[in-house]
Each structure stands twice: as C-alpha cells, then as structure tokens.
Design a protein around this ligand. Structure first.
Ligand SMILES: *Cc1c(COP(=O)(O)O)cnc(C)c1O
Length: 354
C-alpha cells in the first residue's frame, strides 16, 4: 500500500478471482466458464463491429437491451445492460446501501458480496446457511435490510423455488431484494416475472456462464423502471460507455442464437448428472446442483489435498480455506471428455492414497 492510498480503504480486502494460470495447459474446471465457444454468428458480430471501434459505444446499448427485453417478456425500461453482472451488483450496493439500509446475504455465497459492501462502506451482516448448506428462507423475511441471494447459490449449487423467493421479496417491501441468477439457465426457474408485481426486486443475469461470453463482459439487471432509473444514475455517474461496441453486438447475436445455448446448457446438465453419479459411486458427498458446477466432499482426503492433487495431475478445481467449507471443493462441469479426465485423475489419487 502506498502512502497515498486513502485510509478509507484500510480494511478493504479485494476479491480474489479464480486462477487463470499460464504455466501449462490444464483441464480448467475452476471458474465456471462454458467449455463451448460462442455461437458462430456471435464471433461474426464481434468481427464486424471491430471495424467501428473508433466510435464510442451506444450508452443505452439500445439494440441488445431490446433483444434482452423481448427474450424475457419485459419492456426495455426494465433492463440495464452492464459490463458483466459484477458491475450491476456493485451499482446496487452504491445505489441502495447506506447506514440505514444495510445488506444481508448468506455466509457461504459469492465472495464478491462482502467486497462490494466494504468498498462502498455499506454495513452488512452474513446470515449462516443451515447445517446442510440450504438457505433458511425465514431468515430473510422481514429482515429490515436489503437482501442479495445467488439463486442457485454458489458454491453450493442449491436452488430456491420462485415461491420461496417471492416470500422473501413480499416480506421486505421497503428494501431491495437482489436475486443473482448467474447460473439459472442450468436447471432453475427465473423469478424475472415477479418484477411485474414487486417494485423492490432486482434480478441480475450474465452472459458469462450459459452464453459462453465470460471474456466479453456482459450482464444485465431486470427490475421495475424506477429501480433501473436509480441504477442508471449510478452508471451515468461512473462509466456511461460501460458496454463496449463489440460486446453489445455479441450480446444481441447471442440472444438470437438462443437455441444453441439452450442445447449447450442441456449438455452441461447431462454431464453434471454423469459426474455426480460417478463421484457418488466413489463415495464422494455431493450437494444436488442446479448450476454448471458441483460442490463435493472427497471421502479419502481433505478438500485442499484434492485441489492440490488434481492440480499436480493437470486438473484445476476451486477450493476455499474457509470455515465450514474447507473439506469441500467446487468443480465446474465441462465436456464429457473433461469430466472423464477428472475421474481418471481422481482414480489415480485414490489408488495412491491406499
Ligand atoms: C460469475 C458470477 C457472477 C458474475 O459474473 P460476471 O462475469 O461479472 O457477469 C455473479 N454472481 C455469481 C454468483 C457468479 O458466480
């Protein structure tokens, strides 16, 4: 830290992204990216738009906004396109959080939530998941605070129903409830339709996971026109051109290629079922996942040993040295080939541990 760094960030601990190693080729199952490339028409859209990069992007991202609005049956005024959904989550902490409006979220969830709270000086409270890692819906009803919940949750993969979400939203009419649906396309039902009924609900989604565009940085929020206006005030006070031209063009093309991405999501769900039963046959404990990853507890070693042993064998997964989840690891679901490489490496480890 330099002597110039503001004291207001003294206690700030930045978010640690998953490793993006360059030392060797790994079977990369650590950051929940899609194993499938973008649809061909998305690549074409990016290439064409590259020739117009001398011009600023459209601050309203009107084309992709309209495409997303139509896809989800809402009006363009209900949609805000952003530079990855991380950006709209940060905007939401900036827009809705203060000393009188703290945030609550699960103690085991997306590691960025406490960082957004810290960097914006928004007070927050972490609500422990139940012993079995599920979210206690009653813990979030009438909490007198803004709420953010990932659904399905990460890194557990566990899903709440739309009815459970509605209970939380309905019981907190004077606070904003944010449902982070980064993984909803892999087996959940979106609560987007609830925005017609509740003006305090913000649903965020991303092109990074099911739409193979993690490197393009595109996400969006869907909410009442009033909430979207507030978030736009923050956007136009920080970075009006937050979505670049190429990415906006990719996003529109990706919405038009919906069938391709739905087919890929189905493949991931099938590979998830395959991997889950293969690992259960090896006595792993596995939470039922609705996402493109599984949360697993190995029977023969610690979580850290599984992570390190697999890395040594060229397979990268994610492990956190944190209370409660240290015995567990998160494994991204990839192609069947990648899953077989994972199982092969695990079998090697199990043999050697005998
Ligand atoms: C990946 C992820 C995001 C956001 O990703 P972006 O690439 O910024 O869109 C948000 N929430 C959760 C829980 C995620 O796992």
């Amino acid at each position: 830290m330099s002597k110039f760094f503001s004291k207001k960030y003294d206690s700030l601990e930045a978010y640690t992204p998953g490793e993006q190693p360059r030392d060797q080729q790994y079977v990369k199952l650590n950051t929940n990216e899609s194993p499938f490339p973008p649809a061909p028409q998305v690549v074409k859209a990016a290439t064409e738009e590259a020739g117009r990069l001398q011009l600023y992007s459209d601050p309203e991202s009107a084309n992709v906004t309209r495409a997303v609005a139509e896809r989800y049956g809402v009006e363009p005024e209900n949609v805000l396109m952003v530079n990855g959904s991380d950006e709209i989550l940060n905007f939401a902490f900036m827009a809705f959080g203060d000393a009188d409006h703290p945030f609550v979220f699960p103690d085991i969830s997306y590691g960025f939530y406490p960082v957004f709270a810290e960097v914006n000086h928004v007070p927050y409270r972490e609500i422990p998941l139940k012993e079995n890692f599920t979210i206690g819906v009653e813990d979030y009803c009438n909490v007198n605070a803004n709420v953010v919940i990932a659904n399905p949750n990460a890194p557990t993969g566990l899903l709440l129903s739309v009815e459970q979400i509605e209970q939380i939203v309905a019981s907190n009419p004077d606070h904003v409830v944010i449902i982070d649906e980064a993984y909803i396309d892999f087996g959940g039902v979106s609560c987007i339709p609830l925005i017609q009924k509740y003006d305090n609900l913000l649903v965020t989604q991303t092109f990074s996971k099911s739409r193979s565009l993690a490197g393009g940085r595109l996400g969006y929020g869907i909410a009442s026109a009033e909430l979207i206006r507030d978030l736009n005030t923050i956007k136009y006070s920080t970075n009006p051109y937050n979505v670049n031209r190429m990415t906006a063009a990719c996003g529109k093309a990706a919405i038009e290629a919906d069938d391709y991405y739905q087919k890929n999501a189905k493949t991931i769900a099938a590979n998830r079922a395959f991997t889950t039963s293969a690992l259960r046959a090896r006595d792993f404990e596995i939470l039922p996942s609705a996402a493109n990853f599984i949360f697993v507890k190995p029977p023969f070693c610690s979580g850290e040993e599984l992570y390190l042993g697999l890395k040594q064998r060229g397979v990268l997964i994610r492990h956190w040295n944190k209370p409660r989840i240290a015995p567990w690891c998160r494994i991204t679901i990839g192609t069947l080939e990648q899953m077989q490489a994972l199982l092969h490496a695990i079998d090697k480890m199990m043999e050697e541990s005998k």
